[in-house]
Each structure stands twice: as structure tokens, then as C-alpha cells.
Design a protein around this ligand. Structure first.
Ligand SMILES: Cc1ncc(COP(=O)(O)O)c(C=O)c1O
Length: 485
């Protein structure tokens, strides 16, 4: 069904009520807004009444599934709820209206906040220095790998290889390739851990580093981590921590204490800020002291009691983001840490792990766990015993208000081939027990339906603005007619 677009509905002369601030200075022609850069012609936006605009955006928001509308157990993506108080705090004028080019004296509060947040992240990850600049997890990886390359270049060691387990997120090899490294892939053993013998065969002095996600995207803790770190370091290589799954460890164990030399964290996964997908995110990168000179510029430092951006750093990898990173997102991360405190972070981790294990245990008869031991903050469940394709099964969950969990082939490259029919489910700590029980019941409902009306599942979802492309369109329409009251 096609509805009139907001552009079609535009009528000349329509608009909402504008309220002007009489005290707002006329800035045209000042040093910040040169006269020849000030817009003079209309911008060409659709002309609509306020009510039409409100309905337009409300309609769009109803068409989207987000954590605010229902559970979003998208494994590895950690879609946890972002408390609204953090949004309210980030909207305070001093943050929301700050301009990166305003005089340094007026940015002291924001830079103080950045210094504190850097300290929190360093403490949480066990690193010595942190840069808040990267705009997403993948951007943090890029920054980390550039740091690695610069470090070896300064040592006169042209190492060319990055080792990556086959369970890694696709951004790991992509980032390594962007930095000019060759990737070598380490297989996973049948028990879901990285194959140490295969790693040993690949490790030599040509290897710059090993990128590892711990717990892995199979939901398992890499229990050989100390040994892995030792062997990597024996070859003079570095151990990189992809912090996407830090939500399973924060407040309990730190990558820096496990032997990692540098990390990135995805604040949207760990510190409860909105996910970057299409909008602003943040992926701070942390390093041990010996890598600190390579951090991106500017680094905010405190000099004689004042926060100052330091650009004069000869070994830096340079600038990787305009100004100081995505400040608004970082303010939310800061508020989250301060409002939940150290104990709250630890409790979040414990609940994230508990929730995933609860789901794994309760669904075991329907979706047997791929690995039989306990999982960390996400569980990998086999869909091989379902009466319908797991790809169709998860789409039907949308009709019951649950976002599909991560699946192989659904646009992600998380898993090796052998887990093809598996679902990676991450409920997160923000789902309550009743919410988990209701989610479990919805999985069961779809399974029951699969036994009697598989076509309903094969053609799902039925409640979304965009449908699946259906092979037998005529049969689908008659099904709809028969089932629609
Ligand atoms: C394990 C892992 N690493 C890296 C990333 C990339 O993070 P971002 O989406 O913030 O770029 C993800 C994202 O889902 C991930 O799951």
C-alpha cells in the first residue's frame, strides 16, 4: 500500500507557529558566520501544518522496531535500553548548544567531562590512556590498527599480518584490510574456542597483532586468554581487544588485566547510548602506556588546572574525526556511568549473563544450545530442529513485537559455516523476568504455528510497512483474505 509522501502533501503557505528568540544575536557577517556563507534563498522544505508534521514523524516512529517498542535480542549488537534521563542531560544547553570552535575558556566543562569519561573507560578496561574520538566500534578498530601500524613503523618492523578468529565480527578483517594488513584466519574448535594449535602455526614475527573478541560472538569466554596473550607477546606482536562484548565482563574482569594492549569499546553496547547505525555513535579506543604517544589528536590534557586540547604530539596517527568526537553520545555514556556507579555496572553484567542463560535454559527443548555449557551474555541456539526455516521463523517474531535475533546470512558474517541454522540471542540486562518470559512464550507460539500453518511463517512478517518478497503471491493474497477479519 502506498501512502502519500510528506512531499506530496506539501501546500504553499502552510506551516507551524514559529517562536523567535528576540535576544538571539544577529550573527551574519561575524567571524563565525561570514556574510557570503549565510543562506538567503528558501531551503525548499515541504510546507505542512504542525499537526501534519507531528503525524508524519509519529507514523515513521511506529513503523520502526526499536528497544523502546519491544525486546531487541539481536546477538552481538547489544541493543540495551538507553535511560531517558541521559537524553535529558545531554540536551542541557551547555552540552547541546556547545560549538567546537567557541573560545576554549567556555568549553572547560565539556572537556572536564571528557577527561573524567576517559578516566572511567581506562578504569573499566584496564588501559592507561583513552581517546574518545572514534565515531563507532568499527572506527575504533580502525584507530587501534592505525596505532598498531605506527608503533611497528617507528620500531622499524614492517609487520604485515593480522590474525583474526573465524568467529570475529566482519568489521575486524575489514578494518585490518583498510589499514593495509593481510588477514589470516584462525579456525574455531568444536567446543567453540579459538584453535590454539592453528594460532601457533600462524604466529611469527611477521604478525603485527591478534584481534580478539572476548567473550566471542559465539557467546563463550575465551578461557585460554592468558596463554594466547603470552604467545602473541612472545612474537613481539600486540593483542587487540574488540570490546563489543564488554557488556559480559564490565565491572568483573578487565581486558588490560587479561593481557590486551589496546581496546575499543562500543559505548552503545556497554555504556547504554543509542546505536550508531545511521546516526552518531562512539567507539573510544584505549591503550597501554607504551602506545599512548600514538593516540589521535587532539588529546585533552590538564595543564595547570585547565583542560586543553593538545595537538603537538609527534607520534600521533593524526586526526580521525572532526573536533572531539560525538560529544552528545559521550555525554550520555558519562551520565550512565555516574548514575549507575561501579556497583550498577557490575550488576548490569551479572544480569546480562543471567538473562542469556535463563533464555538458553528455557528454550533448550525447542532450540537446543549449540554449545552445552553455560553461555555469557548471549546464547547460540540451534534452529535446525524447527519445522520451518529459522530465517522465516525469526521474521514471524516481528509480528509479535520481538526483533529477530542475529542469524547467519541475515546480513552478518559472524559465524563460521557450521553454525548456519543458529540464532545468536542477546536479551541484555534491561529486559525484566516477565519480559523474558513473554519473549519465550512468543518463540513457542511461532513454533506451535509452524506445525499447523507454516505458510503464515514463510510469508511473515505481516505487520510491517515492508514485506518479504513472496514467491506465490496469489496464494498469499488468498491466505490474507481468509485470515483477515
Ligand atoms: C564483535 C563486534 N565488533 C565490532 C562491531 C562494530 O561496532 P559498530 O557497529 O559500533 O561499528 C560489532 C557490531 O555489532 C560487533 O558485534
Amino acid at each position: 500500500m502506498k501512502t502519500a509522501s510528506v512531499l506530496d502533501r506539501s501546500r504553499q503557505g502552510f506551516g507551524g507557529a514559529a517562536v523567535f528568540d528576540p535576544e538571539f544575536p544577529d550573527v551574519a557577517g561575524t567571524e563565525w558566520f561570514p556574510a557570503d556563507e549565510v543562506r538567503t534563498a528558501p531551503i525548499g522544505l515541504p510546507e505542512l501544518s504542525e499537526l501534519e508534521v507531528v503525524r508524519h514523524f509519529t507514523g515513521l516512529s511506529h513503523g520502526v522496531h526499536g528497544v523502546d517498542s519491544g525486546p531487541y535480542p539481536l546477538g552481538s549488537c547489544t541493543m540495551k535500553y538507553n535511560p531517558k534521563r541521559n537524553d535529558a542531560l545531554a540536551r542541557l544547553d551547555g552540552f547541546a548548544r556547545a560549538h567546537p570552535r567557541q573560545p576554549a575558556d567556555t568549553l572547560q566543562g565539556l572537556w572536564d567531562l571528557s577527561l573524567d569519561l576517559q578516566r572511567f573507560i581506562a578504569e573499566l578496561t584496564g588501559m592507561d590512556a583513552v581517546s574518545l574520538q572514534p565515531a563507532a566500534g568499527a572506527h575504533g578498530e580502525l584507530a587501534g590498527l592505525l596505532i598498531m601500524r605506527k608503533y611497528f613503523a617507528e620500531r622499524g618492523e614492517p609487520r604485515r599480518i593480522i590474525l583474526i578468529p573465524d568467529s570475529a565480527h566482519g568489521t575486524n578483517p575489514a578494518s585490518a584490510a583498510m589499514v593495509g594488513y593481510e588477514c589470516k584466519i584462525i579456525p574455531t574448535t568444536p567446543d567453540g574456542l579459538m584453535d590454539l594449535a592453528a594460532m601457533d602455526r600462524l604466529l611469527d614475527r611477521n604478525v603485527a597483532g591478534l584481534m580478539l573478541t572476548n567473550p566471542s560472538t559465539l557467546g563463550l569466554f575465551e578461557e585460554n586468554i592468558t596463554r594466547i596473550g603470552q604467545r602473541v607477546h612472545d612474537q613481539g606482536a600486540l593483542l587487540y581487544y574488540d570490546g563489543a562484548n564488554l557488556n559480559a565482563l564490565m565491572g568483573i574482569v578487565r581486558p588490560g588485566d587479561m593481557g590486551f594492549d589496546l581496546v575499543h569499546i562500543n559505548v552503545h553496547k556497554t555504556l547504554s547510548t543509542p546505536h550508531g547505525g545511521g546516526g552518531p555513535g562512539a567507539g573510544p579506543v584505549g591503550v597501554k602506556a607504551f602506545l599512548e604517544p600514538y593516540l589521535p589528536v587532539p588529546v585533552i590534557r590538564r595543564v595547570a588546572g585547565r583542560a586543553v586540547p593538545d595537538h603537538d604530539r609527534p607520534s600521533t596517527i593524526g586526526k580521525i574525526k572532526t573536533h572531539f568526537g560525538h560529544t552528545e553520545v559521550l555525554v550520555k555514556a558519562y551520565c550512565y556511568v555516574l548514575t549507575v556507579g561501579a556497583l550498577g555496572l557490575k550488576t548490569a553484567t551479572e544480569n546480562a549473563v543471567l538473562n542469556a542463560n535463563y533464555l538458553q535454559a528455557k528454550l533448550a527443548d525447542l532450540l537446543p544450545p549449540v554449545f552445552h555449557e553455560r553461555c555469557m551474555h548471549e546464547c547460540l541456539l540451534s534452529g535446525g530442529t524447527l519445522k520451518v526455516s529459522p530465517f522465516d521463523f525469526v521474521k514471524r517474531l516481528i509480528d509479535f513485537g520481538v526483533h529477530p535475533p542475529t542469524l547467519v546470512g541475515a546480513g552478518c558474517v559472524h559465524f563460521a559455516k557450521q553454525y548456519e541454522a543458529a540464532m545468536l540471542i542477546e536479551p541484555t540486562e534491561t529486559e525484566s523476568l516477565p519480559s523474558l518470559d513473554s519473549m519465550i512464550e512468543k518463540f513457542r507460539k511461532v513454533a506451535r504455528e509452524a506445525a499447523v500453518a507454516p505458510y503464515m511463517i514463510e510469508t511473515a512478517p505481516h505487520t510491517t510497512a515492508v514485506a518479504k518478497i513472496i514467491k506465490d503471491q496469489a496464494a498469499y493474497i488468498s491466505l490474507l483474505e481468509a485470515t483477515t477479519p
